[in-house]
Design a protein around this ligand. Structure first.
Ligand code: SF4
Ligand code: SF4
Length: 480
């Protein structure tokens, strides 16, 4: 039996899993329009390849990857492109980003699909293929998967994340129960591509059916399916890696440099569909729960308006807003007009009973409870203090960027301080400052290059004049 390690801190919020994990994954009827964001992943958004009026097939690439850290975007169904324009996306600020709006024709006409011969392809060709199939991490981070695959020549342990520790979310639970064979085939592919010696699949022990299904699908192999204690945030990549391998992955260090890499169960299933069936990532499983008549999980096309999904789940007039993601790491949606994105693992309809108004913040009493709960072993009260005082350098000295924004500290804080809000604020201020510093450096380099070019042109002009007017000789050096 595999040894289990532990991580520091963690909390036990009410699970709220039973509401949505009982029924099989349902299919949502086609909406009248799909609003497909071109940026659904970490890195550069995709570059549009279609224009209004174009007819597209299901699975056709409609946005190509822009650079190394990017991924392609595809038409989730066949139909006509209505527009390519900014539309509200699922973001806490209500931000608009370029989207391709498609009117489905209801015929679901696919592009030609065929398996990809990944066994005989060069590693870089497989990476390019996966980038072009739009495969990104489906556990919430939406990091382009080809980059994670390309980082290692030989791996000690491949960690597969089926923990799904955040309350309310059950999409991975249902996926493991219903499509364990596809997940395991995906695991075998990733294992081969990464040359991994061993594979450990971590699933929280509150999902006995998923554990059983995965064990059955792995039967006879050396892939270990391991039940980990239900403790939030055991599904964080670093926390699960620590639980299963005992290894710490410090901030700024690539997991592959330590011989480990972690993939979500949904991601390896998407990898399998892409490589063995030639299907790009055009849909995902999403949990619809909270104050709805029919909580459950659906397989929805990317770009499906969130309003369409919540109408399908039976959200009533008593709903007081919606959360995209889980209650710990998700955010309140300013609008349901946005289309479902690759990161959309859960939508929770909020009611005053389920989500009572947060009590007012009180002063920090330096009780240290937040530090006890922090899985990253930070001192959240110090981070809070320096973020409030806008001493961002001090927050960095105290490892602000090791914070995974899990919300465990805020959950236990007796003074109801919304600590994560302060940490996000500090991070965004630091990023903005770095961006403007980078912009100043670029401007200075541009100025220097322009100056050098002008000096060179001046010199060349002088030399030309000398050649012209002084037979057999060059002009004397020009000052300046
Ligand atoms: S738990 Fe809240 S009150 Fe206690 S030290 Fe942390 S921030 Fe301060
Ligand atoms: S949000 Fe950050 S500081 Fe708070 S417990 Fe999680 S990792 Fe620690």
């Amino acid at each position: 039996m595999s040894h289990l390690y532990s991580f520091h801190g963690g909390i036990h919020p009410p699970e709220h899993k039973a509401e949505s994990n009982g029924a099989r994954i349902a299919t949502v009827p086609l909406p009248p329009q799909l609003v497909v964001p071109l940026s659904q992943h970490i890195g550069n958004g995709a570059k549009p390849l279609v224009a209004p009026g174009d007819l597209v097939r299901k699975g056709q690439m409609i946005g190509s990857a822009d650079g190394r850290v990017s991924a392609a975007v595809h038409a989730p169904t066949s139909g006509r492109v209505l527009t390519v324009a900014p539309r509200v996306i699922a973001h806490p600020s209500g931000l608009s980003e370029p989207c391709v709006v498609i009117e489905p024709d209801g015929e679901e006409r696919w592009v030609e699909r065929s398996p990809f011969d990944w066994r005989n392809a060069d590693g870089s060709v497989v990476m390019d293929y996966l980038r072009d199939m739009g495969v990104v991490g489906l556990g919430g981070a939406v990091f382009p998967s080809h980059l994670k695959l390309g980082g290692a020549r030989a791996l000690d342990t491949l960690v597969i994340n089926g923990a799904e520790c955040e309350p309310y979310i059950t999409c991975d639970d249902r996926l493991m129960r219903e499509r364990a064979d596809e997940i395991v085939t995906g695991i075998r592919i990733v294992r081969t591509l990464m040359n991994a010696q061993r594979v450990k699949v971590g699933i929280e022990d509150n999902k006995p059916e998923a554990i059983e299904a995965m064990q059955l699908a792995c039967g006879g192999s050396d892939i270990e399916v391991i039940a980990v204690p239900t403790l939030y945030p055991s599904g964080g990549a670093k926390q699960l890696t620590r639980l299963l391998t005992g290894r710490e992955v410090p901030a700024g260090v690539r997991a592959t440099d330590l011989g480990v890499q972690c993939f979500n169960v949904g991601t390896v299933q998407a990898l399998y569909r892409a490589l063995e069936h030639g299907e790009p990532l055009i849909s995902r499983i999403v949990t619809l729960t909270g104050a709805v008549a029919q909580p459950g999980n659906v397989e929805a096309l990317l770009g499906t308006p969130l309003s369409h999904l919540m109408a399908f789940a039976g959200a009533g007039p008593e709903v007081a807003g919606y959360v995209y993601g889980g209650p710990m790491m998700g955010f309140v949606l300013p609008s349901l007009d946005a289309g479902l994105s690759k990161s959309g693992n859960c939508i929770i309809a909020r009611s005053p009973e389920l989500f009572p108004t947060a009590p007012p913040e009180m002063p920090c009493i330096r009780c240290g409870t937040c530090a006890e709960a922090c899985p990253a072993q930070l001192q959240p009260m110090d981070l809070y203090w320096f973020a409030r005082a806008r001493q961002f350098g001090r927050t960095q000295e105290r490892h602000l960027f090791d914070c995974i924004e899990c919300g465990a500290c805020a959950y236990v804080c007796p003074s109801n301080i919304r600590l994560v809000d302060y940490f996000r604020y500090a991070k965004s201020e630091i990023w903005a400052a770095e961006k403007s510093r980078d912009a100043a450096t670029v401007a200075r380099r541009r100025h220097e290059a322009r100056q050098a070019r002008q000096d060179r042109e001046k010199r060349e002009r002088a030399e030309r004049l000398a050649d012209h007017y002084l037979p057999g000789g060059r002009a004397p050096a020009q000052p300046g």
